[in-house]
Design a protein around this ligand. Structure first.
Ligand code: NDP
Length: 327
């Protein structure tokens, strides 16, 4: 038997509870994982509260990521006792997820816990940090180099934003952090932000083209912020768009793309091929300062994850929430 967050839906409303389940109830898969840690990502917040139709079938165990140890396997790549990370592939949306003490997955979805990280650190990073690294890889792939100009990171107080700041600053980029929480200025500076701006500078309707400010952007909020970020990107710069915390809309014009050669990269973390996942996780293990990661992490037990989902969506969580499913 094991504990899990269990989501049901009635009359269009999502109900979340902690429930004791039997291993035999786990979905099909060739690897059973004894979960050590999961996390709360923005998408988990949406799933648990039912604020957006993230969950495709009920009942569902949410949790788009987890880290644990292989307990049973018939997959050729894995042995009992291997430490593994799971994120994406529709887990927590279509397939029972990681906010549970046990999970069963396809072995094809798993990546090994990279040397240098323990399972708590891997989930402090979680899908948020891994997505931040995918954004960094996109900007690097574009050819951006430290010293060429500033990089804007929006939603800086959140999980993706915080890890993006830490990664970019460590590489030598000058990072501008955009936040709605000016009280977190010292926290953002400690992560490596050289400058902190109020998100209201970017969150309202703007012009098709604005003063050229940054050479690259990691945007986690979408809507007018993404439009203004593109409109203020320097000639031949690049914008990596991964989130929608402000909105899913994109009220922009083509002007930055056709007049300034700006490139907009869409970042999806769910269906990324394995080779890129391995690259992202290995770079995170090497490049993310463990002390900074700890500074942006709060640990909660599984029993507090349901309440924390509402806090997360209200923008009240700073950095990352790691969930100890066995506490
Ligand atoms: P968090 O909740 O940790 O952070 C989101 C941050 O966005 C908040 O902390 C806040 O930062 C800012 N924000 C919230 N509401 C608004 C608003 N109305 N207007 C402007 N800014 C706002 O979430 P994550 O960091 O985990 O995720 C960020 C986004 O990235 C989410 O939309 C998530 O769905 C997306 N995402 C996408 C992935 C993909 O595969 N493409 C994978 C992972 C995440 P502040 O207080 O500093 O302003």
């Amino acid at each position: 038997m094991f504990n899990a967050i269990y989501l049901t839906q009635e009359a269009g409303l999502t109900h979340a509870q902690i429930r004791l389940l039997d291993e035999s109830e786990l979905p099909a898969g060739d690897v059973r994982v004894r979960v050590d840690y999961s996390t709360l990502n923005y998408k988990d917040g949406l799933a648990i509260t039912g604020k957006a139709p993230v969950v495709r079938q009920f009942p569902m165990i949410p949790g788009i990521d987890c880290c644990g140890v292989v307990a049973e396997t018939s997959h050729p790549d894995w042995r009992v006792g291997d430490a593994v990370i799971l994120n994406g592939w529709g887990v927590g949306e279509r397939h029972w997820g990681g906010l549970a003490q046990q999970a069963r997955f396809s072995g094809d979805w798993l990546v090994p816990l990279p040397p240098g990280l323990n399972s708590r650190q891997a989930m402090a990073i979680g899908t948020a940090g891994y997505t931040a690294m995918l954004c960094v890889l996109a900007l690097e792939g574009h050819g951006l180099q430290p010293g060429e100009g500033e990089i804007l990171v929006t939603g800086a107080g959140g999980g993706v934003g915080g890890i993006a700041i830490a990664l970019l600053a460590r590489k030598g980029y000058r990072v501008i952090a955009s936040t709605g929480r000016p009280a977190e200025r010292a926290y953002l500076a400690a992560l490596g932000a050289a400058e902190v701006i109020d998100r209201v500078e970017l969150s309202g309707p703007g012009k098709p083209l604005m003063k050229e400010r940054w050479v690259g952007v990691v945007d986690t909020v979408g809507s007018h912020t993404l439009a203004n970020a593109c409109a203020s990107t320097r000639y031949n710069g690049a914008v990596a768009a991964c989130g929608l915390a402000q909105g899913m809309d994109f009220p922009a014009t083509v002007a930055p793309f056709i007049l300034r050669g700006v490139t907009l990269y869409g970042i999806d973390s769910v269906m990324v091929p394995k080779e890129r996942r391995l690259r992202a996780w290995n770079r995170l293990a090497l490049e993310l300062d463990p002390a900074l990661l700890e500074a942006m992490t709060r640990e909660i037990p599984l029993s507090q994850a349901i309440a924390a989902a509402t806090e997360l969506l209200a923008g009240q969580v700073r950095g990352r929430l790691v969930v100890n499913v066995n506490a």
